[in-house]
Ligand binder design. Structure first.
Ligand code: NAD
Length: 283
């Protein structure tokens, strides 16, 4: 089936980026939020990024307008009825995602693929919340979505080859390099990255080194573009916490247990860039 219209659930950091990337690739996009306030905030963030690209000469003014014209925001999931694929990017919570999938399963045409951007939750559990588990798959985009070239597609023991082929072609049409993993906690990239980020937090928590020296160690020593504490602030400490909790829950492996400092920072609302304070100050 030809994909013309994409639905995106959630217009936060990732959903906004996915919606923008789809619109930039020529798709009609409907992106949903839980209320008008969050929707306006999410759409404004997309428009700000597009305006910045125009300012930098990376995007023509007319292009900016046609991209914005392809983007429609909604607070009514009923608007997904005519979508040809839906990508869910709501917060990292299994019960919430199962509820969203059961809901959109009843709204969307039976033949279309429903994808989740989950970082580490079980795609199989989400799939069986619908009546089309063979058409549910993971599409794990990377932040910032319009810039990052990778798309990790995650298959399950109940997803079909047609679903995989459809989503691979969709990902490539967005200009992404597609890699494929089986439904395992955190798939490929986060499975390798998360223990390193948690170890950085533990070193900082234990007072072994300053946040700057930990980050510099990794940027200059391993040639990573960004240190792990800066990256944690960028990802969002709440999202990081949800990811580690889910990985620990599934594996019971202590290397995935959230350090106390991470728990306390999340409780205090120090969530990184999105709240202006995390390991670093962004006020
Ligand atoms: P976020 O908090 O920035 O955005 C989530 C948005 O979903 C919020 O704006 C929230 O209001 C909205 N939402 C919640 N319930 C909803 C519903 N029922 N309908 C519509 N919108 C709803 O979080 P994020 O960082 O964008 O993460 C979203 C998903 O992407 C998570 O599953 C996360 O694990 C995954 N992910 C995040 C990153 C990252 O770097 N932050 C990278 C890859 C994947």
């Amino acid at each position: 089936m030809e994909i013309k219209k994409v639905g995106v659930v959630g217009c936060g950091l990732m959903g906004g980026g996915i919606a923008q990337t789809c619109a930039q690739s020529g798709y009609q996009v409907t992106v949903s939020e839980i209320n008008d306030d969050l929707l306006s905030k999410g759409l404004a963030a997309i428009r700000k990024r597009l305006a910045k690209s125009v300012e930098k000469g990376k995007l023509a003014k007319e292009e900016e307008e046609s991209i914005a014209g392809r983007l429609k925001g909604t607070t009514n999931t009923g608007d997904f009825a005519d979508c040809d694929i839906v990508v869910e990017a709501a917060v990292e919570n299994l019960e919430l995602k199962k509820k969203i999938f059961a809901d959109i399963d009843g709204i969307c045409r039976p033949g279309i693929v429903l994808a989740t951007n989950t970082s580490c939750l079980s795609i199989t559990e989400i799939a069986v919340a619908t009546k089309r588990p063979d058409k549910v798959i993971g599409t794990h985009f990377f932040n910032p979505v319009p810039v990052m070239k990778l798309l990790e597609v995650v298959t399950t023991i109940v997803s079909s080859q047609v679903t995989l082929d459809t989503v691979k072609a969709f990902g490539e049409s967005l200009g992404k390099n597609v890699i494929v993993a089986k439904d395992t906690p955190a798939f490929i990239v986060n499975r390798i990255l998360t223990p390193m980020m948690l170890e950085a937090i533990r070193l900082y928590e234990a007072g072994v080194a300053t946040r700057e020296d930990i980050d510099t160690g990794i940027t200059l020593g391993l040639n990573h573009p960004m240190g792990p504490l800066t990256l944690a602030d960028f990802v969002g400490l709440d999202t990081m916490y949800f990811i580690t909790e889910a990985m620990y829950e599934e594996t019971k492996d202590p290397k995935f247990a959230a350090p106390l400092l991470l728990r306390r920072m999340v409780k205090a609302g120090h969530l990184g860039r999105k709240t202006g304070k995390g390991f670093y100050d962004y006020q």
